[in-house]
Write a protein of this length. Structure first.
Ligand code: F6R
Length: 244
């Protein structure tokens, strides 16, 4: 538990930097699973600072983002491609050919093949070394909403109404929020070597409590994380306030 998001973000960014440097000195790539939204922004800010001030290079980093709204143009204000460029990629030396984000522009009939290819690319990269996660108030990780089982892989999903409501402000109204998204599955996430879930703020406290203390159930997909051998939940006091 941390006093605030910035302390927790620093811990996660330091762990990532250490892993990236270890792999680089062994001449190996480091495969990161990345999230968007407000939660990981402090981690990205800290990685950018380390790149600028402490010689951290991300040239050996391969990234796979969790999800993208569907449909979604990459240059739209709410696009996760744009989010990642503005909040991380434009400010560090990651190679553009090493960046992977689900494509919100593909024809609907091609989504299945795109998702299969996304899984193959993760496997070909050697699997995800460290997966960053936020959590939605529905208990979603990625966009794996309630009723996403532990064996789900990358696919198109229908967004929960709570999730769409939470996104409404960003989209200037609920009517503009897409009904669908492409997301890595719960199994894709659980296959990562390490998982670091961050949660900040009182509004996350109820779902954090159910995720950490509740029974494992597909009605709260984040509870599947309890089965993972190297997961850490990093939260501030407010998000942890219902844990005793
Ligand atoms: C984003 C993602 C989502 C968010 C979650 C929390 O790529 O996969 O699961 O992590 O909705 O969003 P914030 O951080 O905005 O509260």
């Amino acid at each position: 538990m941390f006093k605030n998001a910035s302390e927790a973000s620093q811990v996660v960014a330091t762990e990532i930097a250490t892993l990236v440097r270890e792999r680089a000195s062994a001449g190996k790539p480091c495969v990161l699973g990345l999230a968007t939204g407000s939660t990981p922004m402090g981690v990205y800010r800290e990685l950018i600072r380390m790149h600028r001030d402490e010689n951290l290079s991300l040239r050996n980093v391969v990234t796979f983002n969790l999800d993208e709204y569907f449909p979604m143009a990459p240059d739209a204000a709410q696009s996760y491609v744009r989010f990642m460029n503005e909040n991380l990629f434009d400010h560090v030396d990651v190679l553009s050919e090493n960046v992977h984000i689900p494509d919100g522009t593909i024809a609907e009939e091609s989504v299945g093949k795109f998702c299969d290819d996304y899984e193959s690319k993760i496997a070909a990269a050697g699997g995800i070394d460290l997966q960053l996660l936020g959590i939605g108030r529905t208990g979603h990780i990625g966009f794996n909403e309630p009723r996403s089982d532990a064996d789900t892989v990358t696919r198109m999903v229908v967004l929960n109404s709570v999730t769409r409501n939470d996104a409404a402000e960003n989209f200037d109204g609920l009517e503009n929020v897409p009904h669908h998204a492409v997301t890595m599955g719960v199994q894709t996430i659980l296959n990562a070597q390490r998982i670091r879930l961050m949660a900040y703020g009182e509004h996350k406290s109820a779902i954090v409590e159910r995720t950490v203390c509740g029974d494992i159930t597909e009605s709260i997909p984040a509870t599947f994380l309890q089965q993972h051998g190297d997961v850490r939940f990093l939260m501030d006091d407010a998000a942890a306030s219902k844990l005793n």
